[in-house]
Design a protein around this ligand. Structure first.
Ligand SMILES: NC(=O)c1ccc[n+]([C@@H]2O[C@H](COP(=O)([O-])OP(=O)(O)OC[C@H]3O[C@@H](n4cnc5c(N)ncnc54)[C@H](OP(=O)(O)O)[C@@H]3O)[C@@H](O)[C@H]2O)c1
Length: 231
């Protein structure tokens, strides 16, 4: 297998395991102190990846917010903000969305083969469109990211993307933040969908850290042997 970036999955969920509330509005699961923590993790990464549904539903900027962290990156010869990466099958993405319109970093779109022409038309001016296969093959994608210089990758959802990284055993760490409330509808998206996960009743994941951050709790799991080397 070719090399792949050290990969951190990061996610907030409700007490009943949901990522959103099945509405058009973004659900705030984190608190300010936890957002600062996420900002610091972002600042240490070379790229941030989200699925196309998250780009559409949440319209995230995915920038490093704190000026001191941006300056530290620039002092290390890096762009202010890590590269932004998304995956899409149908390329129904808006070039004016914040994902593409904000930040000085390169934007990559890994697109299913049949939608590459439409992705070029819609996004060619604001992003690099890459034929990722049919559907996009995540193992190939992370190797390609490594070849493009990405050594540390942060995956910020949503559920379909997390499910694929976990079931393909492509994650080294999971940062799971639990918010102190229930969503209460199965129409919402869960943290992960169905799948054969490497961590199951016969193979429990290693809980490396728990941290209370105001009214939320961070659960940090080590998912690969590469984890220890980074602590
Ligand atoms: N709480 C949190 O921390 C957090 C973080 C992020 C997102 N969210 C929430 O999660 C929800 C979205 O989650 P989600 O599971 O529906 O979607 P998602 O994982 O964000 O994106 C799924 C989409 O990504 C594309 N995709 C994923 N894997 C692909 C593959 N192998 N090949 C080709 N395309 C692929 C497809 O895009 P196309 O549809 O374009 O073809 C698919 O519909 C949003 O409501 C958001 O609010 C929460």
């Amino acid at each position: 297998m070719g090399e792949r970036p050290y990969t951190i999955l990061s996610c907030g969920m409700s007490l009943d395991g949901y990522l959103d509330a099945a509405t058009n509005e973004r659900l705030v699961l984190s608190n300010e102190a936890d957002l600062e923590r996420v900002d610091a993790v972002r600042a240490q990464c070379d790229a941030i990846l989200v699925g196309a549904a998250t780009v559409r539903n949440d319209n995230p900027r995915l920038l490093v917010r704190k000026p001191a962290l941006r300056q530290q990156r620039m002092a290390r010869g890096l762009r202010e903000t890590p590269m932004k990466v998304t995956i899409t099958e149908h390329a129904h993405l808006d070039a004016c969305s914040r994902f593409f319109a904000t930040g000085d970093s390169e934007k990559l779109v890994y697109c299913a083969s049949r939608s590459v022409p439409i992705a070029h038309r819609r996004l060619g001016a604001v992003a690099t469109v890459i034929d990722g296969g049919e559907p996009v093959d995540l193992t190939q994608m992370v190797r390609d990211l490594f070849d493009r210089g990405v050594r540390r990758l942060m995956v910020e959802g949503g559920g379909l993307v997390h499910t694929q990284f976990l079931t393909a055993d492509l994650a080294d760490e999971l940062h799971l933040v639990v918010a102190p409330f229930f969503v209460g509808t199965s129409r919402a998206h869960r943290f992960v969908g169905d799948g054969a996960f490497p961590w199951n009743p016969r193979n429990r994941a290693h809980l490396a850290e728990t941290r209370q951050i105001g009214d939320v709790v961070l659960l940090r799991y080590a998912l690969s042997s590469r984890f220890a080397a980074t602590c």
